[in-house]
Ligand binder design. Structure first.
Ligand code: C2E
Ligand code: CA
Ligand code: CA
Ligand code: CA
Length: 274
């Protein structure tokens, strides 16, 4: 027992300490990056299947770290959420995406990812109104992508906030559909304009059971008038399958990787000239 007592700080192992320091450093760097505008956005095209045209782009954050190089969103977004930095970072992404989209053809939208923390810790409605005002972008050209984690906490307050946003014309999409614990129940809580079927289903679309799930989601969406986007379409075969199952939109490497703002403008010019 005595020997154990001396080992009380066993949890503070060298490896963990290193991880802790690295994480702290990353957090400090994240704060600096925000001040220095070391973040950028990429834009990935989304296609309407019926017309074969681009209906818009999803804005995706990128961080080019001064020494580590590009840091993946899967690494820095959770950290930004834990520290609350996602609030100013999310506001920045919103403003930037709206400014960029204002220069695109009027039938193209921009989709911006919104974290649950932005609902809890800030006036998202105020940020959205400000981003639209500053850019001159019409509200119906902005789409907010939320995951079910947004609706998990304080659902009543969030739903009323989403309702007010929708009433202004802003569209609301349910992202990563099918990956959570109770996805279906969230469809009843809010009238989403769009459901985005997670890439994990598209990868396995050859599996008849997975195809049946996709078909069921399409049915649910059709009933409420929601658009259904297949995420992460990488092959022509997957494209054919999601079309067969009734998805209305597609997004993925098969069409394009996320592009810089300049590349996105060229992509639009090439697509609209054809
Ligand atoms: P997400 O919202 O589900 O975004 C789609 C992710 O799938 C993006 O990864 C995109 O680059 C990737 N992707 C698109 N097509 C394909 C494909 O055909 N194959 C494969 N393998 N991947 C594809 P990314 O850019 O690394 O972003 C990862 C996640 O980080 C996003 O997932 C989103 O949850 C989060 N994120 C990115 N930007 C923002 C942001 O501005 N705000 C917030 N709150 N989260 C963001
Ligand atoms: Ca998304
Ligand atoms: Ca997604
Ligand atoms: Ca995701």
């Amino acid at each position: 027992a005595k020997a154990e007592g001396r080992n009380t700080f066993r949890f503070f192992e060298p490896g963990m300490a290193a991880a802790f320091i690295a994480r702290n450093q990353l957090e400090t760097d994240l704060q600096a990056a925000l001040r220095q505008e070391a973040f950028s956005l990429r834009y990935q095209p989304i296609m309407t299947l019926a017309s074969g045209r681009i209906c818009g782009f999803e804005a995706l954050l990128r961080w080019d770290h001064p020494t580590r190089g590009p840091v993946a969103p899967s690494e820095f977004i959770p950290l930004a959420e834990e520290t609350g930095l996602i609030v100013p970072l999310g506001d920045w992404a919103l403003r930037r995406a709206c400014l960029e989209a204002a220069a695109w053809p009027k039938d193209m939208r921009v989709a911006v990812n919104v974290s649950a923390v932005q609902f809890q810790r800030s006036s998202l409605e105020g940020s959205v109104a400000e981003a639209l005002r500053a850019s001159g972008l019409a509200a119906n050209r902005l789409e907010l992508e939320i995951t079910e984690s947004v609706l998990m906490q304080n659902a009543v307050a969030v739903v009323s906030s989403l309702m007010r946003l929708r009433a202004t014309g802003v569209r609301i999409a349910l992202d990563d559909f099918g990956t959570g614990y109770s996805s279906l129940s969230y469809l009843r809580r809010f009238p989403f304009n769009k459901i985005k079927i997670d890439r994990s289903f598209i990868v396995e679309i050859e599996d008849p059971e997975v195809a049946a799930i996709v078909r069921a989601i399409v049915g649910l969406g059709a009933r409420s008038g929601a658009a259904i986007t297949a995420e992460g379409v990488e092959t022509e075969r997957q494209l054919d399958r999601v079309r067969q199952e009734g998805c209305t939109e597609v997004q993925g490497y098969f069409f394009s990787r996320p592009l810089t703002a300049d590349q996105a403008r060229l992509f639009i010019a090439a697509a609209t000239a054809a």
